[in-house]
Every structure is written in structure tokens, then in C-alpha cells.
Design a protein around this ligand. Structure first.
Ligand SMILES: NC(=O)c1ccc[n+]([C@@H]2O[C@H](COP(=O)([O-])OP(=O)(O)OC[C@H]3O[C@@H](n4cnc5c(N)ncnc54)[C@H](O)[C@@H]3O)[C@@H](O)[C@H]2O)c1
Length: 313
């Protein structure tokens, strides 16, 4: 029986990644506290699962939560994503940066052992080298990336200065059947959903525009595996993950193999095209593979098959 001090707090626990990561830890018999904004929770609460509604911008709520549940580990996934960050810069800074600082400080003050933060390859801005080396300079071009770099640096400060076991992964584009409709960069997932519905699809980028991509279930497994690795095995503060290259043209052809009637066009939205074209097509994830055994199970073909399966479910 695992005791109270192995509890895990997941912020953004009802999100795309959060609820699947929670599911994995619940399956291991861990108690999981899922924290997210009201209205995102499911009706069914599982054994060992605690669902708490609130806003990460409320530092008092975070403090009460940590003092009440005394989690051993915090997985901080609550965030505005790239589009919504650009739509409201002040809210994005408050949710993504200030709240993360408050949470890191509270974790340190309340002796939380381990803190995981979800970062992104959007922290790099335009990248000139493919595959992008792990030590490539981070000069993000959108506020989302800026907030993520800020929190990476804060986390490493709390690790070096205060001994918090801070861990962080940078994900490429995540191919997910649950991608929100408003996420313009999630066009590969939206295109698959359109094909299933028998609808035509307009790609917001040129056929050749592509980016390093990873399937949702690989990300979830990666988060769990990494957070269970021994601290001694980790040589990096932050690890990049990579799985395969995906362009608009590649996903369109992959979908057409399965849905012969799939009807699509390309109508470039310049800002989206430029942002994605700037991100790396391939990322060197050698350190993650060498240090804690990261290996993606899904290539492009398997990812598309699995997304279709999950959407149909
Ligand atoms: N999906 C991707 O392509 C991708 C890529 C790189 C990094 N990430 C990072 O991974 C993490 C999880 O992403 P996701 O795909 O599950 O996104 P998501 O939008 O599904 O999940 C984020 C969760 O945070 C919650 N949240 C937002 N504002 C909040 C607030 N003020 N208070 C409390 N909760 C709040 C949302 O309700 C949501 O459930 C994020 O930090 C994201 O930046 C995602």
C-alpha cells in the first residue's frame, strides 16, 4: 500500500495530457489530485482520485491545496497554449509565468520533493539547423514560448539553489484526437477529424510546412517514465523529445490512403505558416534516450491509425 506522502498533484489535470497522465498514476495505485478550472472535470470520480476546481492564478488556493494534500510530486501542466496566449498577453503571463513561479516557490517552501513542468519546442523560435541540437539557443517568437523559457529557468534556479528535484520536457507538436478546435497549430489532428466526418479540410499552411511531431500516448508514457527515473540517471535539467517529421502534405497523403474521398486544399495563414515552418523538423533527443530510456512507440502510420481509432471511440 502506497502511503499518503506519495500523492501527486496535477495542475491542468483535466486537460488533454493531464487526465491521461493521471490515469497512468491511478493505475499504479497512486493517489492523484487533479486541479483544473471549473467545468472541465468529468462526472465520474475514480478511486484514489481527488478533483479540485480552481484557478492557478490564485496563490492562496495553491497554498491551501499543497498544505492540505502534502503532495510528494507536482506535475504542472496547467497552461494557456500558443493561440490563446497571443490573444491575451496579460492573462497568458499570469497563468503561465506568475502562477508557475508561485507554485515553484510553494513547492520549495512546503518541501515537495519533485516538480515536473511541461515545456515546448516553441521555446526555440526559428531554428536553422535540422536536426536541432539539444543545446540550441532559445529565443522564442511567441509569448507562449517566452513564458515557457522563463519557467524552465525558474525551475532550474529552484533546483540548483534550493534542491527541488525540478524536471522538464520539451514536447514537439502533439498529434492528439482531443486537440481543441481553436488550436490552429493542431491542423494535422483537425484534418483527420474532418476526414472521419466526411468533411473537406483547409490546411492553414503550405504543403511543405512541417514540424517535429509526437503522438499523444507517447508523450503520456514519456512523462510517467521520466518522472520515475532516478535523479542520479539524469544528466540534463530539461530534455527534448522527438518522434517523427510531419508536414501538411504528408498528413494529407496519409489520410487519403485511408479515406479515398478526403477533399483538401491549402489556404495559407501567413502567421501560422511562418511559426510552424520556423520550428525544427527534427530534434536531437539523444539525451532522453540515453539517460532514462525514452523511445517513442508510434511512427506516423501508427499514430494516424490510433488517432482514427480514438476519435471513432
Ligand atoms: N498539446 C501540445 O501540442 C503541447 C506541446 C508542447 C507542450 N504542451 C504543454 O503540455 C501541457 C498540457 O497541454 P495539453 O495539451 O494537455 O493542453 P490542454 O489545454 O488540454 O490542458 C491544459 C489544462 O490547463 C487548464 N488551465 C488553463 N488555465 C488554467 C487556470 N488558470 N487554472 C487552472 N487550470 C488552467 C485547462 O483547463 C486545461 O485543462 C501544457 O503546459 C502545454 O503547454 C502541450
Amino acid at each position: 500500500m502506497i502511503g499518503r506522502n506519495s500523492d501527486i498533484l496535477i495542475t491542468g489535470g483535466n486537460g488533454n495530457l493531464g487526465r491521461l497522465v493521471a490515469q497512468k498514476f491511478l493505475g499504479q495505485g497512486r493517489r492523484v489530485i487533479k486541479f483544473d478550472v471549473p467545468g472541465t472535470e468529468s462526472d465520474h470520480v475514480q478511486e484514489n482520485e481527488v478533483v479540485v476546481n480552481g484557478d492557478v492564478r490564485d496563490a492562496q488556493v495553491l497554498e491551501d491545496l499543497i498544505k492540505k494534500y502534502k503532495p510528494d510530486m507536482i506535475l504542472h501542466l496547467a497552461s494557456l497554449l500558443s493561440g490563446s496566449s497571443e490573444a491575451d498577453l496579460s492573462v497568458a503571463w499570469d497563468v503561465n509565468a506568475t502562477s508557475s513561479f508561485n507554485l515553484l516557490k510553494l513547492a520549495h517552501e512546503n518541501k515537495v520533493r519533485q516538480f515536473f513542468f511541461a515545456s515546448t519546442i516553441a521555446t526555440y523560435g526559428a531554428v536553422e539547423i535540422d536536426p536541432m541540437p539539444g543545446n540550441y539557443p532559445q529565443w522564442p517568437e511567441n509569448l507562449y514560448g517566452v513564458t515557457k523559457v522563463a519557467v524552465e529557468r525558474l525551475g532550474v534556479y529552484f533546483k540548483r539553489r534550493h534542491g527541488l528535484d525540478f524536471r522538464c520536457l520539451r514536447f514537439p507538436l502533439v498529434l492528439s484526437p482531443y486537440a481543441p478546435k481553436t488550436a490552429v497549430t493542431a491542423f494535422p489532428s483537425h484534418a483527420i477529424a474532418a476526414a472521419i466526418e466526411g468533411e473537406s479540410f483547409v490546411f492553414p499552411v503550405s504543403p511543405q510546412t512541417g514540424v517535429s511531431t509526437i503522438f499523444l500516448e507517447d508523450v503520456v508514457d514519456g512523462i510517467v517514465l521520466y518522472n520515475q527515473a532516478s535523479a542520479e540517471s539524469l544528466t540534463q535539467h530539461v530534455y527534448n523529445l522527438d518522434a517523427y517529421y510531419l508536414s501538411a502534405d504528408l498528413i494529407a497523403r496519409e489520410i487519403s490512403k485511408r479515406f479515398a474521398d478526403f477533399n483538401y486544399t491549402f489556404e495559407l495563414i501567413k502567421a501560422v505558416d511562418q511559426m510552424i515552418a520556423g520550428w525544427p523538423g527534427e530534434v536531437n533527443d539523444h539525451d532522453a534516450r540515453a539517460d532514462w530510456g525514452w523511445t517513442p512507440k508510434f511512427d506516423l502510420t501508427r499514430s494516424v491509425d490510433r488517432v482514427i481509432e480514438l476519435i471513432k471511440e
